[in-house]
Design a protein around this ligand. Structure first.
Ligand SMILES: Cc1cc2nc3c(=O)[nH]c(=O)nc-3n(C[C@H](O)[C@H](O)[C@H](O)COP(=O)(O)OP(=O)(O)OC[C@H]3O[C@@H](n4cnc5c(N)ncnc54)[C@H](O)[C@@H]3O)c2cc1C
Length: 414
């Protein structure tokens, strides 16, 4: 990361026809937006971040942050605040399919062996507070209607309703971090470059009095995830998208029946505990990459790339993109030619860096248990080392290629 003294300081504060000129405007203030704004501010830039929501506020999510995401939180100086909210360290994972049970933990990312699953109204506010403490100007309750252009170059944003006499603001770089249904993507003309059909639908609720590890259970057509969070344990059920109409007709009945049939022992534990929240769910988890940059603009987080949440990688990947973007362009924000070149490289690197996980997520989202998969899991279950390495591919610490080593080959052939 650039230190403030390394960054060029040109027109750090300026006005143009009564409009502020920022180095960066970030639209959206959750995991992608706040992380991006934080890092641009730490690199010495003048950053405006806006969000139509007011915070703290909640967000549909099963909350799990894999080890590489935890490592980024630590490096950004906010992990202590996350841990202080009381979310437990998740340093034991269980994955059961048919008669095969893996128990272990991902290899560490940096020094971080544990995953965490903080409630989103806590996590998102911690990141916003860190961004503001780093110097980001934050306007909540501010909806952006679209981008302002000079020729084909994005040079600012336009607010949906006039706010304090302002209809918009200008910046050297406009960042859309406004989620899967991104308004900025549409207004900036960011086309889809990869798209796949919907895979699953997901419902979850919270349970009190249910001690648990991070637990996953799978059978053909269903996937159950158990995620201990601050004050309760979240249990999620994933079903095929083709069943969405049936599932949403009575989400709770379908949810309980799925837990009972896929994870009977977990069902007994849940029946001895108490469900303390309503059902939450979604049948619209799109699968795509959008063109993630153009002249004067970039997308980060779900706006740039979204995939089914069954592999729980959205937060992790949003952090990764935030770091990728700021590292790529923070030292060239005032040089439009160099900036556009780096932005183009950012868009390519984003697809390169996330495509393997996307492909794996598309496969997991089929909710199929093949003989090949069971044979591989059986081989892995016999070795604590392979088990931890298997969980490390799910967390993103290892690539699939790195996982495929001599011990795995021997276990598979033996
Ligand atoms: C059911 C489900 C379970 C999930 N579980 C996990 C999990 O366990 N682990 C994980 O890592 N990921 C999970 N995800 C994915 C994760 O929640 C997302 O990837 C992540 O929230 C993306 O963050 P973001 O900042 O890109 O976008 P968002 O969180 O969508 O934030 C976008 C922000 O932009 C603001 N905004 C939108 N439009 C405008 C506008 N026009 N003007 C101003 N502001 C605007 C919104 O108010 C919002 O605050 C899950 C998703 C779902 C649906």
């Amino acid at each position: 990361m650039l230190a403030a003294e390394d960054s060029p300081v040109v027109e750090r504060t300026g006005t143009d026809e009564g409009v502020h000129v920022y180095d960066v405007i970030v639209v959206g203030a959750r995991v992608a937006g706040a992380a991006t704004a934080l890092q641009f501010a730490e690199a010495g830039h003048r950053v405006l971040m806006v969000d139509r929501a007011r915070f703290p506020s909640d967000k549909l999510s099963t909350l799990y942050i894999h080890q590489p995401g935890v490592d980024r939180l630590a490096r950004w100086g906010v992990l202590d605040a996350v841990v202080a909210t009381g979310c437990p360290a998740l340093d034991r994972a269980v994955y059961q399919v048919a008669d095969v049970r893996l128990t272990g933990c991902s290899l560490p990312a940096g020094d971080q062996r544990a995953a965490y699953a903080p409630r989103r109204h806590l996590l998102d506010k911690i990141l916003i507070d860190a961004a503001v403490a780093a110097g980001v100007e934050f306007r909540e309750g501010t909806s952006v209607a679209g981008a302002v252009f000079d020729g084909d170059r994005a040079v600012g944003v336009e607010f949906r309703a006039e706010r304090a006499g302002r209809t918009g603001e200008r910046a050297h770089l406009v960042v859309g971090a406004d989620g899967m249904r991104s308004t900025m993507a549409k207004k900036l003309g960011a086309d889809f470059v990869v798209q796949d059909p919907l895979r699953t639908c997901a419902y979850y609720s919270y349970w009190a009095g249910l001690p648990a590890d991070f637990e996953l259970y799978e059978r053909p057509g269903n996937w159950i995830g158990v995620v201990p969070t601050n004050d309760a344990t979240l249990i999620a059920s994933y079903s095929p998208q083709a069943e969405f109409d049936v599932v949403r007709a009575d989400p709770r009945a379908h949810y309980l029946e799925s837990i009972r049939t896929t994870a009977p022992a977990l069902y007994d534990r849940a029946m001895a505990a108490e469900q303390v929240d309503r059902m939450h769910g979604s049948g619209d988890q799109q699968n795509f990459f959008r063109q993630a940059s153009g002249p004067g603009w970039a997308l980060v987080g779900d706006a740039a790339h979204h995939k089914d949440s069954i592999t729980a990688r959205g937060i992790n990947d949003a952090f990764w993109q935030a770091e990728l973007l700021t590292t790529a362009v923070a030292d060239v924000l005032h040089d439009p030619v160099a900036l556009d070149k780096r932005l183009a490289a950012y868009a390519d690197d984003l697809v390169d860096g996330l495509f393997e996980c996307y492909r794996n997520t598309m496969a997991v989202g089929q909710l199929e248990v093949t003989g090949h998969k069971l044979a591989m899991l059986r081989a892995v279950a016999g070795s604590p080392r392979l088990t931890d390495r298997y969980f490390a591919t799910a967390s993103g610490v290892l690539t699939v290629e790195e996982f495929d080593d001599d011990e795995l080959d021997a276990a598979l052939s033996g």
